[in-house]
Design a protein around this ligand. Structure first.
Ligand SMILES: *[C@@H]1O[C@H](CO)[C@@H](O)[C@H](O)[C@H]1NC(C)=O
Ligand SMILES: *[C@@H]1O[C@H](CO)[C@@H](O)[C@H](O)[C@H]1NC(C)=O
Ligand SMILES: *[C@@H]1O[C@H](CO)[C@@H](O)[C@H](O)[C@H]1NC(C)=O
Ligand SMILES: *[C@@H]1O[C@H](CO)[C@@H](O)[C@H](O)[C@H]1NC(C)=O
Ligand SMILES: *[C@@H]1O[C@H](CO)[C@@H](O)[C@H](O)[C@H]1NC(C)=O
Length: 240
């Protein structure tokens, strides 16, 4: 028997560090998927923020390794009732030492998921995932690479948000919470749940597929291009 009541356990979702500290002794037994843990099933499509990033045919085209660039950054996860998942992510990361060097990543993958009895989720990809990285300050500023990582989410729960409705909260492998995702549809919006391009196994998990995709459209440059250009050419001072 757990020494903690379900409500106390739930409260711990608000404190990922505390959760990690107590994880081993407290979460030794199976999670109860009651209404306090998830008010609805995880099946469906979930998206963060303004929900411009959504799994399915509008985001990734694995056959030709391209992306349809969303208006804003965000993440989206879909889950089917028969064990398949898909992820669409568009993220930007700042660089503390070089503020003009904002790295953008478009990432897509899909595969099979497992709700582990201890409350974790393990996502095992088909190996056809890929991502595009735009780093204006790197020697190769725009490239595609395979993405074939198995992902562990330590915990998840679904609660009812007063404004946004059903809300999926995922905690990453290290307990860090992801941005909350709101249910977009209760039936998953996904590409076909099977490998969608031919891949040859690689020793390394990431292999550069196409360097210098150059003039391919890319939102990071369209969003930050002016800024980088100004900084890069030292025009900033001319504008003062
Ligand atoms: C919560 O999730 C579990 C595991 O997927 C599922 O069996 C259960 O039906 C869900 N609860 C509700 C209220 O939908
Ligand atoms: C990829 O294919 C889609 C249609 O299937 C097309 O609209 C798009 O332009 C293609 N992208 C590239 C980079 O070839
Ligand atoms: C910031 O940019 C520098 C130079 O390009 C790089 O060495 C460093 O790894 C970057 N830091 C982060 C957090 O991306
Ligand atoms: C659940 O089990 C998996 C291995 O099956 C492990 O990697 C994960 O850390 C465990 N999660 C928790 C919350 O203990
Ligand atoms: C993807 O990862 C799995 C498990 O690590 C591995 O067996 C497979 O060969 C990888 N696929 C590619 C294309 O690298």
């Amino acid at each position: 028997m757990s020494i903690l009541s379900p409500h106390l356990v739930l409260n711990m979702f608000a404190f990922p560090l505390l959760f990690l500290f107590l994880a081993a002794p407290v979460f030794g037994q199976d999670i109860v998927y009651d209404i306090g843990h998830n008010v609805t099933t995880i099946i469906g499509t979930w998206a963060s923020g303004s929900q411009n990033v959504v799994t399915g045919s509008n985001f990734a085209r694995p056959a030709n390794l391209s992306f349809n660039y969303p208006l804003t950054t965000g993440i989206s996860y879909s889950f089917t009732s028969d064990g398949f998942y898909e992820i669409a992510r568009y993220r930007m990361m700042g660089n503390g030492t070089q503020p003009q060097c904002i790295t953008g990543v478009l990432n897509w993958c899909h595969g099979t998921y497992n709700l582990v009895s201890n409350g974790s989720i393990i996502l095992t990809p088909f190996d056809d995932g890929y991502q595009q990285i735009q780093d204006p300050c790197a020697p190769v500023s725009n490239f595609l690479e395979t993405y074939n990582d198995t992902e562990l989410y330590q915990l998840w729960n679904i609660y009812q948000d007063a404004v946004r409705g059903y809300t999926l909260q995922l905690y990453q492998f290290d307990g860090t919470p992801l941005p909350p995702m709101w249910q977009l549809t209760s039936s998953p919006n996904m590409l076909p749940t099977q490998p969608l391009r031919n891949v040859t196994p690689k020793a390394k998990s990431a292999a550069v597929l196409l360097a210098s995709a150059g003039e391919r459209s890319w939102s990071v440059s369209s969003l930050t291009g002016a800024l980088s250009l100004i900084a890069g050419l030292g025009i900033a001072s001319m504008l003062l």
